[in-house]
Write a protein that binds this ligand. Structure first.
Ligand code: ATP
Ligand code: MG
Length: 451
């Protein structure tokens, strides 16, 4: 199929807005006789006049050929090999055009491949298969044409190429038209594409919210039909995808879409139920302000830690579960109830979103330490708290909470902020401080059966 080609004079992408390192990679590939294209989100963002987060390159050079072009290059990924060209402050990912059958087009959990070349690939061989002694396929790279590569991508606006040879945009699928109409349009049959990789559904929502695009009707309706498939998405990948929302600057509008599509119920079981049926208007208000806060940070170029972002999202829910536990068991301390609440939530979410243990402990630290801001009597406790590695985040949450609940706490915030300024830097051992671990409750052994 003949692609639509937009010449340099007909589009807005200037090399001034492309990373120097990406340009170096593109030119080097081109000089070595290979195609050098920018692909994916960076072309889409540049066309929309936005600064891309990163620049991905695709080429017809095989991984080993790419490696020969660059000294600063590592091959990664076992099932599908990619090249990482390393610069001081940036890594440019270079992939060979993929054929339709060469495995999922999702970043593999960056397993590193062998650094040494293990197959020679001649110009004409477009397949790079390695089968180990047990007959297991450990690599199956089938390289494709630019057109095939474009069709493997998720949405039409993500399938544009920028060709360094003549600075033109190459469009095989109608991405340019969709950009103009401002729609997110799934490539191929959306039901099939979501079944192949359910994460595509939340990607559609993220792009629509963060780029202010409409989801095309069929692409949208298929989300409603296929949302149950989210259950099959990798839980670790879901954790990362949700972080992308928190850092997208459009969390507030995304959340509305999560609720509207029912994806919220698929991603956050337990939370969704609480949000729909139990959360009070003031809790919902707190939550909405938390989402606005995440978006505000993004607009000021501030990136919250992962635990703070998740804590902001989950705090009203954690508190609700904690309070329920306290009502059910009056002897439980608020701190233990909070730990129990975080663990319960983490456990329920684990079927969908795998919050790493380290982050879950930190979320607990942030939420459970909020009471400590009220305690200004014991100097030793104050100093110990100031030296906790999570103190700054806890203070941010305290300030936010004060604002959101309309209880300004101005004096306390001032004192703690002053203390923080004057606190000596933490010692190396304090810096290495490990997150709090819950004490294991000893299980009583069942009494031995008597003979
Ligand atoms: P972002 O701004 O979040 O980086 P992006 O579009 O660049 O957006 P990436 O995850 O960096 O997203 O992926 C780069 C490109 O790889 C995408 O633009 C798309 O073409 C392709 N891609 C990524 N994930 C998928 C997927 N699940 N299915 C098909 N293609 C995908
Ligand atoms: Mg990207």
């Amino acid at each position: 199929m003949e692609p639509t080609i937009l010449q340099r004079s007909d589009h807005c992408i200037s090399r001034k807005n492309i990373s120097k390192n990406a340009l170096t990679v593109l030119y080097r590939l081109n000089e070595a006789g290979f195609k050098g294209y920018l692909a994916g989100g960076c072309v889409r963002d540049l066309m929309l006049g936005k600064q891309p987060k990163d620049f991905d390159v695709v080429t017809d050079a095989t991984p080993n050929e790419i490696k020969r072009c660059f000294r600063n290059c590592r091959l990664i990924g076992r099932r599908f090999r990619l090249a990482h060209v390393m610069f001081r402050d940036e890594i440019i990912e270079v992939a060979t055009f993929r054929a339709p059958t060469s495995g999922p087009l999702i970043p593999e959990d960056s397993e590193e491949g062998d650094e040494e070349e293990s197959t020679e690939i001649t110009e004409n061989v477009r397949r790079d298969v390695i089968i180990n002694e047990d007959g297991v396929v450990i690599r199956d790279n089938e390289y494709g044409t630019p057109e095939e590569d474009a069709f493997r991508r998720d949405f039409t606006v993500n399938a544009l190429f920028y060709d360094i040879a003549d600075f033109s945009i190459i469009d095989y699928i109608g991405g340019l038209e969709d950009l103009k109409r401002r729609v997110i349009h799934c490539i191929g049959d959306p039901d099939v594409r979501y079944q192949e990789d359910p994460v595509r559904m939340i990607r559609a929502v993220r792009f629509a919210a963060s780029l202010d695009l409409q989801i095309e009707e069929n692409t949208y309706q298929a989300i409603l039909r296929q949302k149950e498939q989210m259950f099959h998405a990798s839980h670790a990948r879901m954790y990362e995808e949700i972080l992308k929302f928190f850092y997208s600057g459009s969390m507030e509008s995304s959340f509305t879409k999560w609720v509207e599509t029912g994806l919220l119920d698929m991603m956050f079981p337990g939370f969704a139920d609480w949000y729909r049926n139990q959360a009070s208007p003031s809790e919902k208000q707190w939550h909405a302000q938390a989402l606005q806060q995440l978006d505000k940070w993004k607009s000021h170029g501030i990136k919250a830690s992962q635990e703070l972002a998740y804590a902001l999202f989950l705090t009203p829910y954690i508190r609700a579960v904690r309070d329920e536990l306290i009502t059910a068991n009056e002897t439980i301390s608020p701190r233990n109830a909070c730990m129990e609440a975080v663990q319960q939530i983490q456990h329920v979410l684990a079927a969908r979103v795998l919050i790493p243990k380290r982050i879950a402990f930190r979320i607990f630290d942030l939420v459970s330490s909020q009471d400590r801001f009220q305690d200004r009597h014991n100097q030793q406790r104050i100093v110990r708290f100031l030296h906790r590695s999570y103190f700054r985040d806890a203070l941010v949450l305290f300030k936010f909470d004060a604002l959101a609940t309309g209880n300004p706490q101005t004096d306390l915030i001032k004192i703690w902020t002053e203390d923080l300024k004057q606190a000596p830097p933490p010692s190396p051992s304090q810096r290495r401080e490990r997150p709090h671990k819950p004490r294991r409750r000893r299980r009583r052994r069942p009494p031995q059966a008597r003979n």
